[in-house]
Design a protein. Structure first.
Length: 356
């Protein structure tokens, strides 16, 4: 069965349908350069309502392992691959990618030149696209007709359950499961609450620290949460990852801008501005902090991206606040940046000792 990938600028690729062939997908089209980790990428809430084009030519060869899902509900609109593996071969595999996509009602297309598609996006920038069973005749109306997905609502945690320290509250903007896992692996008690939770409700958990999670979309769409972030920063050690990093920047007066084609991959070199150390990082974002806008803020740049010089980390020296644009939890990706969690936990324990 044929599938048609049509971009807003009129460019089109024709391939073979994979996944749920009855579905149409529409949203922002981005490309991901990771050579592995397709399952974690597809289930990452940050890809809400996006179409993901994988640049690696063969996807699906090691199957599906339910334990590495980053969310219970998939928010991506569609996936694009050059070749979908006919079978999977890995000891953790419990399903094929093809069946996984069908079961979750995710459409896809295979058999197109993803190198050509990626080159096009690098020249024109990420743009709206439609994946359909028929050629697109009226892009605007057909795009608008495809329903948008929403982030799944997570149940509220019961509260501090095991007395472990430090006790971390994660403000959930679209959190990857790997963030919670990374904190738990370091001995933390973790309570994840919706981003709309009030300061009073957060304080009821008696947290030692607050973490702002990753999430989808433009940070400018979250202006209502900025006063809460400032309030949290004044009361607790505060950290942010990806969208959380951008929101901390905005809360203290900085601005953000949209990257031409975003950072979506597992091999982005990032430099520590203090030590000069360079680490490889996993990244997934379409917006970045404007470095020029930081001049009139109390924020200090702690990491920069070596590929394009973009801001990759911030701190607030007067308060226990730090953030990173990259994903220290990885999954998928290199684990070199995991020290971010260790530094955050150290911040919370030092604060606890100071207040004792």
């Amino acid at each position: 069965m044929q599938k048609f990938l049509t971009l807003a600028d009129g460019a089109q690729w024709i391939g073979t349908a994979i996944g749920d062939s009855n579905r149409t997908g529409a949203g922002q089209l981005v490309f991901n350069t990771g050579m592995s980790g397709y399952q974690e990428t597809i289930t990452d809430p940050s890809y809400l309502n996006q179409l993901i084009a994988f640049t690696y030519p063969l996807i699906g060869n090691y199957g599906i392992d339910p334990s590495v899902d980053q969310a219970t509900t998939i928010g991506t609109q569609a996936i694009i691959v050059h070749e979908l593996a006919d079978f999977s071969d890995h000891y953790t595999s419990r399903d094929t990618l093809a069946h996984f996509l069908t079961a979750h009602h995710i459409p896809g297309i295979a058999g197109i030149d993803t190198r050509d598609l990626t080159t096009h996006l690098r020249k024109t920038g990420s743009q709206a696209a439609i994946l359909s069973n028929q050629p697109v005749k009226d892009f605007a109306s057909e795009f608008a007709a495809v329903p948008l997905k929403k982030l799944p609502a997570k149940p509220l945690p019961v509260g501090v359950q095991n007395g472990q320290q430090p006790n971390i509250v994660v403000l959930d903007f679209g959190e990857k499961q790997a963030i919670t896992d990374a904190l738990i692996a370091r001995g933390c008690q973790v309570n994840t609450v919706p981003a709309t939770t009030s300061f009073k409700a957060i304080a009821a958990y008696q947290p030692d620290g607050i973490l702002l999670s990753n999430g989808p979309g433009d940070p400018q769409a979250y202006k209502t949460v900025l006063p809460l972030i400032r309030q949290l920063a004044a009361a607790y050690p505060l950290a942010g990852i990806c969208l959380g990093h951008q929101l901390i920047a905005c809360a203290f007066g900085a601005k953000t801008y949209q990257l031409t084609f975003g950072h979506h991959g597992l091999n982005h070199p990032v430099k520590n501005c203090t030590t000069g150390e360079v680490v490889m990082t996993a990244q997934n974002h379409d917006f970045a902090v404007d470095p020029a806008s930081l001049a009139k803020t109390p924020l200090v740049v702690t990491y920069t991206e070596l590929n394009d010089g973009s801001v990759e980390g911030l701190s607030l020296p007067q308060q226990n606040v730090q953030s990173v644009q990259f994903h220290p939890e990885a999954h998928p990706g290199p684990q070199e940046a995991g020290i971010f969690f260790d530094q955050f936990i150290q911040m919370t324990t030092q604060e606890a000792v100071a207040n004792a």
